[in-house]
Design a protein around this ligand. Structure first.
Ligand code: ADE
Length: 233
C-alpha cells in the first residue's frame, strides 16, 4: 500500500515513520510512504507562500487552490497506481473501524493535511477528495490525523502484524465492536490488588466465558451505542 502525504510540515513525520511496526512494514516492502512539502508547489518563488486571506473577510488564512491542485496532479504522476485523494478535515466523515477497513482496500492514498482555517473550497470542488475527520475536535492541522489514518489502515494489511496480534484484531475489531476485557500480568498481587481467580484457574472455557462477560458489561456500561452499529455493515 502506498501513501503520499502532502503537508506544510514534512519534518513532523520523521519520528513516526521510523517507529517499530511501521518501519518494519516499510522495510519489508508492505508499505510505502512518501512525504511531499506543499511549499515546493508555491507559485511565490521568493517566500514560498501558499496561503492567503479569505475573500469576504474573516479570521485566519486559507490554503490557496493552485499549489494544492498542482501538487496533487504531480504526485499522482509519481506512481502508475492512481491514488484516492483524502483530505483530513474536521468537516469530514468520521473515521471508525469500519471506515478503516474500507479504506485499507485502497492500493494508494494521497493524504492532504490542512493548516490554518483550511482549504479554498475549489480544492474540494476540483479534486473531489474523500474528506475524513478523526473526531469531533479541532487539531492544529491534518498531520496527526493523517498519521491516525496510516496507523489504523496499515494494521489491516496482511503480514504487517504478527499472527498473534492480527488474530487479536480479528476477534476484537472486525465485525465485533465490543470493548476489551481487563487484562493482567505479573505480579499476581500489587498493593492488595489481586488478579481475578478465574484467570489463574487454567480452565480455558471459564476464562473465555469470564472475558466475554466482562467485555459485554463494559460495552453496555460505556458504549451502548456500539450495539446499534452491530450488523449494519
Ligand atoms: N484537522 C484538524 N482537525 C481535524 C480532525 N478532527 N480530523 C481530521 N483533520 C483535522
Amino acid at each position: 500500500m502506498r501513501f503520499d502525504i502532502i503537508t506544510l510540515f514534512p519534518q513532523i513525520f520523521a519520528g513516526y515513520l521510523t517507529q517499530s511496526l511501521l518501519a518494519k512494514a516499510i522495510d519489508r516492502g508492505l508499505v510505502e510512504i512518501h512525504i511531499h512539502d506543499l511549499r515546493e508547489w508555491s507559485t511565490d518563488t521568493k517566500h514560498h507562500k501558499i496561503d492567503d486571506k479569505p475573500y469576504g473577510g474573516g479570521p485566519g488564512m486559507l490554503i490557496c487552490v493552485d499549489p494544492v491542485v498542482h501538487c496533487v496532479e504531480a504526485v499522482q504522476q509519481m506512481s502508475e497506481k492512481p491514488g484516492v485523494v483524502v483530505m483530513m478535515t474536521p468537516q469530514g466523515d468520521r473515521l471508525d473501524q469500519r471506515r478503516v477497513e474500507e479504506i485499507a482496500r485502497f492500493e494508494r492514498m494521497i493524504l492532504l493535511c490542512g493548516r490554518y482555517e483550511g482549504f479554498d473550497q475549489r480544492v474540494i470542488d476540483i479534486l473531489a477528495p474523500l474528506e475524513l475527520s478523526v473526531g469531533d475536535y479541532v487539531l492544529n492541522g491534518g498531520e496527526v490525523a493523517s498519521m491516525v489514518v496510516v496507523d489504523s489502515t496499515v494494521r489491516m494489511i496482511p503480514g504487517v502484524l504478527g499472527d498473534e496480534q492480527s488474530s487479536w484484531d480479528d476477534s476484537f475489531s472486525r465485525g465485533n465492536r465490543m470493548l476489551e476485557f481487563p487484562q493482567y500480568t505479573r505480579p499476581a498481587e500489587f498493593r492488595g490488588h489481586t488478579v481475578p481467580d478465574v484467570l489463574l484457574s487454567g480452565d480455558h472455557k471459564r476464562i473465555a466465558n469470564w472475558r466475554a462477560e466482562q467485555s459485554l458489561n463494559k460495552t453496555k456500561l460505556r458504549r451502548n451505542d456500539l450495539f446499534d452499529k452491530e450488523g449494519d455493515a
